[in-house]
Design a protein around this ligand. Structure first.
Ligand code: MG
Ligand code: MG
Length: 270
């Protein structure tokens, strides 16, 4: 069932999205060569609980941790462990929280020290594809328009768009209808309606779109072992336009990055 949120509910969801955004901002400074992802997981859990929220992934479908951490060729759903991060790695961190009965769900792919130029390009294009997807989340468009926008941009660089994993509606459940694929055909699928809140999350591979599953039942990696990137925002449709609930600004502040990419999707206060 597709759930339409009231403006009051969207304000509650903004709180959940803010906490996941702050959590990733806190982690941005900690992601360094030599640090292990189990440590990051503990920091994230403590931070979320200190903000009177619950980790959203811990125990969800029996997932064992607060963060999904997926380095390099891992696409998503990596489980935190004690292996130290290495200079030149990339690390996708996906984090969920539950507050006031609503979920936030947010992801960013971080660079660990200096990374190869072609990997930086993958990160840049994947993040740009997220904003292209957000722009397509507007009145008059359908799910297929959003997917088509992300797919055609990403594939124009020769990258692979993962098919098996998709974005989703978000609310009192972590995964609500409709599914939001990062590929699709224009004019197809469910119509976007005011009050929809969705998680848009392109997962883009440097090489093949094909994936493999680890034996741990969770981790997903690229079939050719080339790197994969993942960025995720929570977006509400208000007055026919997309409005960001999550923000990368805490990450940018921590890393000293200047960016105006979120400006068109900010809440307008009169
Ligand atoms: Mg996520
Ligand atoms: Mg998600």
């Amino acid at each position: 069932m597709l759930s339409i949120k009231s403006l009051e509910e969207i304000e509650l969801m903004r709180e959940s999205a803010l906490i996941v955004s702050q959590t990733l901002g806190m982690l941005a400074k900690e992601i360094q060569p030599g640090v292990n992802t189990l440590h990051l997981d503990q920091l994230a859990e403590n931070f979320i609980r200190d903000h009177q929220a619950e980790p959203g992934f811990l125990g969800l479908y029996d997932f064992p941790n607060t963060l999904c951490v997926s380095p390099n060729e891992q696409v998503v759903h990596g489980i935190p462990n004690k292996n130290p991060l290495v200079e030149g790695d990339i690390l996708s961190v996906d984090c969920g929280v539950l507050k006031n009965g609503f979920y936030g769900d947010h992801a960013y792919t971080f660079q660990v020290g200096e990374v190869a130029e072609e990997t930086q390009k993958l990160l840049e294009v994947t993040k740009k594809s997220l904003y292209i997807g957000i722009e397509a989340f507007c009145q008059g468009n359908r799910v297929g328009d959003l997917g088509h926008a992300i797919q055609s941009y990403s594939e124009s660089f020769g990258y692979g768009v993962v098919r098996e994993l998709v974005g989703h509606g978000l609310g009192k459940e972590m995964h609500e209808a409709p599914e939001i694929p990062n590929y699709g055909k224009r004019g197809r699928g469910k119509k976007f309606l005011n009050g929809m809140v969705i998680a848009i999350e392109p997962m883009i591979n440097q090489g093949t779109k094909n994936i493999r599953h680890f034996n741990d039942g969770w981790t997903i990696k690229t079939a050719d072992n080339l790197p994969s990137a993942h960025f995720e925002h929570n977006v509400a449709l208000i007055d026919g336009k997309p409005q960001l609930l999550s923000t990368f600004n805490f990450i940018y502040e921590a890393l000293g990055i200047k960016s105006d990419e979120e400006v068109p999707f900010k809440k307008v206060t009169l």
